[in-house]
Design a protein around this ligand. Sequence first.
Ligand SMILES: Nc1nc2c(c(=O)[nH]1)N[C@H]1C(S)=C(S)[C@@H](COP(=O)(O)O)O[C@H]1N2
Ligand SMILES: [Mo]
Length: 403
Amino acid sequence: MSGVRLTRRALIAGAGTTALAAPGLAQSLVGQLVDLGLPDGPSLRPTTPAFPGKGEMIVQRVNAPVLETPMSVFREGLITPNDRFFVRWNWPMPTAVKAGAHRVAVGGAVRQAVSLTLDEIAAAGEHVSIVAINQCAGNGRGLSEPRVTGTQWGNGAMGCAKWTGVRLRDVLAKAGIAAGATRVRFAGLDVPLVDGAPQFIKSIPLDIAMRDDVLVAWGMNDEPLPILHGFPLRIVVPGWFSTYWVKMLSTIEVLTGEDDSYYVAKSYRVPAAPVTPEDKDFPTIPITAMPPRAFITSHADGAVVAKGQPLTLEGIAFGGDCALERVDLVGEGWEMPCTLGPDEHGPYAFRRWSVTLPPLAGDLSQIGVRARNVQGAVQPDRLAWNPSGYARNVIERITLRAQ
Ligand SMILES: Nc1nc2c(c(=O)[nH]1)N[C@H]1C(S)=C(S)[C@@H](COP(=O)(O)O)O[C@H]1N2
Ligand SMILES: [Mo]
């Protein structure tokens, strides 16, 4: 249980942070340039400390804000601080939200449509906290070869936070689910600026919506959700890509039948079977649960290490939609088990790993770490290329120079 409680006062106290003013942002893009190592095109991005409530972030887009977390942040701790957490909005976001006037409409295939205040949401059920990774479906897309369209993310479109709220199913119970319900769809306060463009709305199957750990959350790392992260409420679906974690939640709609809305039926989908860049018109399935991933955070590609000395590598890993089972260091034709750190935050969180190599005889070419989860899913050696660069989980490789 967390120290954050959803009271109107807490939210209004946080309301100072609920208006986002970023005047002159363009002039303040004076940070450094970082190289994201993106193949086949421009790879440098500026950083800025100029977004409200944010430390040094990699700027992918100013408005709608798309900010990437520098990989160095993941070395510092298993919980990603709010001021370094990546940000992604599909459409320009509302820059002020009135907590006192905010309502969440629960309707569709329900017994009685309701419109709930924040106090009513907070009173809907037990307050629950869960640590979970929020990872964009396009995380690492920029590393795709050949290049694909979309935000050219490095691997910093992920973060791990403690989320606090009530269970979605307790909120749904305020309206009562009607017979024939199949899915639950969410919308936020953000709307498209372009006429006729689809609103960012997303739905999940009813059995997922009823899970014990799927939340309507107001707390992020024991603070009210920052506006960039969806103040005052967002959906949290541990183990699923964050495209479903709708921010600034304003509507919950119970559906019967399929969801034919754009971001479910047309976008955020992957090929049903492997494809090549030449393939067209293949069947697709929606992106849902996350596969396992692991990252070396102690050393960057090309780093120089001491020849003749043992070398300790460290990093983070996660199991995806279930707990991590193991991490192995893999080279060209060899592998070595890594030691997992303690399970500090549960199955949906980052976990540390480390491994010490014997004294180095020479360079370490193309080494990477491979995570395997308790359901036996393991990171592949080769990229499952897809035209949107979604759900990347190929083993990430680096080369270290021994000197
Ligand atoms: N309302 C709303 N919710 C949203 C989005 C959005 O555009 N609007 N983008 C989704 C996507 S694609 C991602 S990756 C995550 C990003 O969450 P974050 O900004 O808190 O890191 O929010 C999700 N929820
Ligand atoms: Mo995303």
